[in-house]
Design a protein around this ligand. Structure first.
Ligand code: FE2
Ligand code: FE2
Length: 243
């Protein structure tokens, strides 16, 4: 059962801890004139995420279902959420729409976005950042200009059943998990995004796994990514592929 917590003005974290994998799976809901869901959870999580959204607003009133990259935990529920909410549109990167969605069995409306594109939700204004090769070719992140916060999907995650807000430095644990699991192919695309993100002076970062990071601790996470090995070292989910 997902837990719902408010983590910003009109921003809700819908979180489920998976003890087998040892991380939380978070979706974010922005309650506004045009409500938006940021990542959907897997196909199997749909009923749970739907019920959690219902505690805040009617899921049928969602206007945007935003998918930062095409992987099951980010997009598995997209077709059902868009089908339920008749006026909703799926938002993903233009690259994601071309290389993934165009060959999927998805039939609803879609909006492909590029770096700098914006969507007005009412009080909140979202701006998209293309972040290719940060985990996936089609990867994008989004910021909410209104609350000066970032939704980075899998970047800045923390392992464990974290509270909704985190001020602890778990940078080493973050990099350790990335190394073991092997989700980043290389260093450069990630560090370019870290440099860009640092200059944007965010007040909050809302990762998909772990808790939302407060402003004061953000430099520790930037530092960890600059100093620790986090990219693929021959292991996938701890299994060694390179001898
Ligand atoms: Fe992912
Ligand atoms: Fe994820």
């Amino acid at each position: 059962m997902s837990q719902v917590d408010q983590v910003g003005d009109g921003i809700y974290r819908i979180s489920m801890f998976n003890p087998q994998i040892g991380i939380t799976f978070n979706q974010f809901l922005i309650d506004d004139d045009q409500p938006a869901l940021i990542h959907t959870g897997t196909h199997h999580m749909f009923d749970d995420v739907y019920a959690a959204i219902s505690k805040v607003l009617d899921p049928k009133t969602l206007k945007y279902v935003i998918v930062p990259h095409f992987e099951a935990d980010e997009c598995g529920g997209m077709g059902r959420f868009v089908k339920e909410a008749k006026d909703s549109t799926l938002v993903c990167s233009e690259v994601g729409a071309a290389v993934n969605l165009s060959g999927w069995d998805y039939v609803g409306p879609v909006k492909g976005v590029r770096d700098g594109d914006k969507i007005d939700l009412g009080k909140h204004r979202l701006r998209f950042l293309e972040t290719p090769h940060v985990h996936h070719w089609d990867s994008m992140m989004l910021m909410d200009e209104t609350t000066q916060s970032l939704f980075p999907a899998d970047l800045f995650l923390q392992p464990g059943d974290q509270p909704h807000t985190v001020s602890e430095n778990l940078g080493k644990e973050m990099c350790g998990l990335y190394r073991t699991v092997g989700i980043f192919g290389g260093r450069e695309p990630v560090l370019q995004v870290v440099d860009r993100v640092e200059k944007m002076n965010f007040k909050r970062i809302h990762p998909m796994h772990g808790g939302s990071l407060v402003e004061e601790v953000l430099p520790k996470y930037y530092d960890a990514l600059r100093k620790e090995r986090f990219w693929y070292d021959g292991r996938i989910f701890g299994r060694s592929l390179v001898s």
